[in-house]
Design a protein around this ligand. Structure first.
Ligand SMILES: Nc1ncnc2c1ncn2[C@@H]1O[C@H](COP(=O)(O)OP(=O)(O)OP(=O)(O)O)[C@@H](O)[C@H]1O
Length: 243
């Protein structure tokens, strides 16, 4: 709950959610239903009014317990692309010698090897968001939280980043919680999709996405009949939940 008295807002209803290690959970729901609040609770930026959040056996440590990617990349403009990743590695406690080795690895993983020396304002919005992902991957933290990271990008760039994130997630095995408005994005990325009701958000649908995580080209995946069926199920739940 935010605030007190007549201005109080109950953002989330009672809900219980267990996210197994290595899974990719996508939270979908209408604007204002509490998706970001849920992510902020998991990140430890907010305390629940009642109930509790545990990562493993421990409460979340704000700013430390997870790699976080927001809608805006929030990079340091006075640093180069590599410099931004370097800072994240330093913050994660990686020693200097290892940082030099990790930077090219991380940039390669997000498809940015050739722009390491550019300033962040000399690269595109999609590339900036790739830097933000590399930064979130910099700590060996097993949890990745992504709050509508591709919402501000054009359709083609967004699709490409979705494809790359899906691959990175399969390669790194990070546990991910990803918030979006987009049903398409949810079904493409998620190993599980949770649809929230309108505020206060409760679980309207909790659906496993039993599609292959590797071995298929993105277009092959999108062309599967199961893919279309899952998308229709989630779409229907989002429509019902919003009314
Ligand atoms: N710091 C805050 N103080 C007061 N109310 C807040 C605060 N943050 C969020 N809210 C309210 O809580 C509700 C849920 O907000 P939240 O940002 O979690 O929703 P959301 O589903 O992520 O929305 P969107 O998709 O538009 O980003 C909204 O009604 C919002 O206005």
């Amino acid at each position: 709950m935010y605030g007190t008295g007549p201005d109080a807002v109950t953002a989330l209803g009672p809900l219980s959610l267990e996210v197994p290690a290595g899974s990719f959970l996508v939270i979908v729901g209408a604007s204002g239903c509490g998706k970001s609040t849920l992510l902020r609770l998991i990140a430890g930026f907010e305390e629940p009014t009642s109930g509790r959040v545990r990562i493993g056996d421990s409460p979340p440590t704000p700013g430390k317990g997870a790699g976080i990617v927001f809608q805006q990349p929030r990079l340091f403009p006075w640093k180069s692309v590599g410099g931004n990743v370097e800072l994240a590695l330093r913050y994660a406690g990686v020693p200097r010698a290892e940082r030099a080795r990790h930077i090219p690895e991380l940039l390669l993983r997000v498809g940015l090897r050739d722009v390491a020396h550019r300033r962040t304002w000399q690269i595109s919005g999609g590339q900036q968001q790739r830097v933000a992902i590399a930064r979130a991957l910099a700590s060996d933290n097993p949890l990745l939280l992504l709050d509508e990271p591709f919402a501000a990008l054009d359709a083609l760039t967004r699709e490409r980043l979705q494809e790359d994130l899906r691959l990175v997630s399969a390669q790194t095995g990070r546990t991910s919680v990803f918030v979006t408005h987009s049903v398409e994005e949810a079904v493409f990325l998620g190993s599980r999709v949770v649809v929230l009701t309108r505020r206060p958000g409760r679980i309207a649908l909790d659906l496993d996405i039993p599609l292959p995580r590797t071995g298929l080209e993105p277009d092959e995946l999108r062309a599967l009949p199961e893919y279309a069926a899952l998308r229709a199920t989630v779409s229907q739940a989002v429509r019902t939940a919003a009314t």
